[in-house]
Design a protein. Structure first.
Lengths: 312, 431
């Protein structure tokens, strides 16, 4: 009896007979298939984002001038930046630029989405047209803005003068305050459709039943917006705002083309300052340190945003 | 990149031998063994405002060199206006790109350039000698790292008709007279437009000469001590504040390089500091305006001296090139008077050679309004002057520290503070 039991145990413990290896079946396994799908984009990201980022981190700890060997300096570049007033001005400018532009884009985008969610003639055409600022290459649209903001020949000042609202329009890029307002305005114009279309997609996923229930419960238009629409949209708004903060924080082309960071560094952002240090002044290490400094500042902004939204 | 020939077949050898014979017949430029020479050389240059200058190179010079040597010249035209520097920096850092180039801001990457003293000294001897100031740029530690090609002159571009209207028949000789004229012209609706933004030439081409004419330099001669901290600097800053407020268009403190061309050509300003690209555009597109544009030299300052800022065009050969000698041979060939003089003439003297052999060139007399640009060579200084044109100086220029000293004062920072901030930043850069 015991022999029979042992034999049956041995049989049970013995490895099951191996099925022949089939590549198709192996690849169909979820754990294998998901990695197969993930590998190409991961390699792409590593090559085009990971490598430059790691190289940037490496450079920021070195004194590296163009065409010369790098020498390790530890935190020297960061200490130099800490004592550099232009760097702090660029940090301030970047935070103001990102903060104001994001708030304008988020509120404007929400408004745009609410309007676009209504039924009206040529709705599809209007939606397509609203995407234009986002589609046109930034450098191209910024050059057009240069003309629009021209003090004498520009569209804005012409309109102001022709309509009799002003005898002479403002100097849009000629004073520090106006230059900052102008770059925020152009950034908002460009980024608004991203918010608008994303929030519109979110709006269309809100079940009609919720609105109907709220109406039966006595909620008016504002009540439905405050207690149904907005809470339902919050996850979408959070994601879009996060993306927008990242994109706006690293904005370079717009400022480079429109003001070059002037006048008197009043529109210098961290991205343009990093560029002018690295590619203009040839200080690759110092420029990389500026670029790397953007990461914690941006991280703080994103954490603050997440905290704020969750609290809400 | 120079592409070396490999695995030559018998037919290739015959072709090379024929090309080599043609090269030998063409002159001493091709000093190399025909079999080892590359099939092409890449030459990067900033796009010229005078289109004919690029056209002459592409249609006449490049084919002539190819015919004589069998080497194809790939002419890589880069964007104009300071955008070329990042491209050059990228080439140097990646050790990949053109074999030789217009070496804008060469102090950034001199170490990556080969010695071209043999060419520069030969050209100097042959063509009347080099202007002294350019030697301070091209010679590094006793060796020529670049061969100067020419200067892009920057002077005052003005509307003669509007100056006449307010009774200013001659372009002002002093900065004070310049201000007076500006006040009159602004009152008539024709303000000056003096660039002070984060551009690459039109800002420092008048602000640095203005400082110098007040007896101020940024650094001392050795480049060791900051010389900007002086009472004369304060006077110069006060002058610019007044000039901006009473004579200039408000926008000009934020202008990048194309802005003053645009403002001038659209009739918004009566005077600016620029190369003669404005006249080139006006003659081509706005003939009526083209007739009334004129050029004046930078005014004299309280010291009685007049200065201009040089905007040098120099050519250098990259050490990373697969065949630097082939690139040098080509560079030598371009500087030979047989090629160089027609090339310069094709640009209508927009590019003024730093060679005394051109002092009496008949091309200077074709358009009298171009003549002031010749004077720039006599009174022109590098922006580093009198200090060496090195990396630190480049950092000061590319971070617009001196330019922003003026604009900060204009936008409300007390003059003393603006100067102190600039001095502190320059001290940090020079260490």
């Amino acid at each position: 009896m015991s022999k029979i039991l042992e034999a049956s145990r041995a049989g049970a413990l013995a490895a099951p007979a191996r099925r022949p290896f089939r590549l198709a079946a192996f690849m169909e396994r979820e754990s294998v298939f998901s990695w197969l799908m993930l590998t190409p984009p991961l390699l792409f990201l590593l090559a085009f984002l990971g490598y430059p980022f790691i190289y940037g981190v490496y450079l920021s700890f070195f004194h590296k001038e163009v065409a010369r060997a790098a020498s390790f300096v530890g935190f020297d570049n960061f200490v130099r930046l800490y004592n550099d007033p232009i760097f702090w001005q660029a940090v301030r400018n970047t935070i103001i630029f990102t903060g104001v532009a994001t708030v304008l884009k988020a509120s404007g985008g929400l408004g745009m989405a609410l309007v676009m969610n209504q039924s009206f003639k040529m709705k599809s055409f209007a939606r397509a047209m609203l995407l234009l600022p986002f589609i046109v290459p930034t450098v191209l649209s910024t050059v057009a803005w240069q003309w629009i903001l021209d003090p004498g020949m520009g569209l804005f000042n012409r309109l102001l003068m022709v309509s009799g609202l002003a005898e002479r329009g403002p100097s849009w890029l000629g004073t520090p305050t106006m230059a900052m307002i102008s770059i925020i305005m152009v950034n908002t114009w460009r980024g608004l459709p991203f918010f608008g279309i994303s929030i519109l997609a979110g709006l269309q996923t809100i079940p009609v039943d919720l609105h109907e229930s709220a109406t039966i419960d006595g909620a008016g238009t504002w009540g439905r917006f405050r207690y149904v629409t907005l809470p339902s949209l919050l996850p979408v708004i959070l994601i879009v705002t996060t993306f927008s903060i990242v994109i706006t924080f690293f904005d370079f082309q717009l400022v480079y083309v429109l003001t070059g960071g002037g006048p008197a560094n009043s529109t210098h952002l961290m991205a343009t300052y990093a560029y002018s240090l690295s590619m203009g002044a040839g200080q690759m290490g110092l420029g990389s340190a500026v670029a790397l400094s953007m990461v914690p500042v941006l991280g703080l902004l994103l954490v603050a945003l997440t905290f704020f939204v969750r609290k809400d | 990149m120079a592409q070396p020939q490999s695995k030559a077949t018998r037919r290739d050898f015959l072709k090379l031998a024929a090309a080599g014979a043609a090269g030998a017949a063409a002159g001493p430029w091709v000093s190399r063994n025909a079999q080892a020479k590359p099939v092409s050389i890449a030459f990067a240059r900033e796009s010229s405002y005078v289109k004919n200058f690029d056209v002459h190179f592409q249609n006449v010079m490049a084919p002539a060199y190819e015919k004589a040597t069998g080497i194809k010249i790939e002419y890589q035209i880069q964007a104009a206006g300071g955008s070329a520097v990042p491209q050059l920096v990228s080439m140097v850092e990646n050790k990949n790109g053109a074999d030789l180039a217009w070496t804008q801001q060469e102090w950034l990457y001199r170490d990556a350039l080969v010695d071209v003293s043999d060419i520069a000294e030969e050209v100097g001897k042959q063509q009347g000698g080099w202007y002294d100031e350019i030697k301070r740029l091209s010679i590094d530690k006793g060796k020529w790292k670049t061969v100067p090609q020419a200067n892009i002159g920057q002077v005052m571009n003005y509307r003669r008709d509007w100056f006449d209207e307010v009774g200013v028949k001659q372009f002002p000789e002093t900065w004070d007279a310049f201000l007076e004229a500006g006040i009159k012209l602004k009152a008539k609706g024709h303000p000056f437009g003096m660039s002070m933004g984060h551009g690459f030439a039109d800002n420092y081409s008048w602000l640095y000469p203005l400082l110098w004419s007040y007896g101020v330099t940024v650094m001392d001669k050795d480049g060791r001590k900051v010389a900007l901290d002086s009472s004369e600097t304060a006077k110069a800053v006060e002058y610019v504040k007044k000039l901006y407020k009473e004579a200039c268009i408000e926008d000009c403190i934020g202008w990048l390089d194309p802005a003053n061309n645009k403002a001038f050509l659209t009739g918004q300003i009566s005077c600016t500091n620029n190369a003669y690209s404005i006249m080139v555009s006006a003659k081509r597109d706005l003939p009526e305006m083209g007739k009334v544009i004129d050029h004046g030299l930078n005014p004299k300052g309280p010291t009685g001296q007049r200065y201009h800022a040089l905007v040098p065009v120099t050519h250098g050969v990259f050490a990373y090139s697969k065949d630097p000698q082939a690139a040098k041979d080509f560079l030598r060939w371009t500087m030979d008077p047989k090629q160089f003089r027609p090339w310069i003439a094709s640009g209508d003297m927009y590019f003024a050679p730093y060679l005394h052999g051109f002092d009496k060139a008949p091309e200077w007399d074709i358009e009298p309004r171009v003549k002031p640009f010749q004077k720039v060579l006599e009174t022109g200084k590098l922006t580093s002057w009198p200090a060496p044109a090195n990396r630190q100086h480049g950092e000061v220029v590319n971070r617009w520290i001196v330019i922003d000293m003026f604009t900060k004062a204009i936008t409300g920072t007390p003059t003393k503070t603006a100067i102190a901030e600039a001095v502190s930043q320059i001290k940090t850069i020079y260490g």
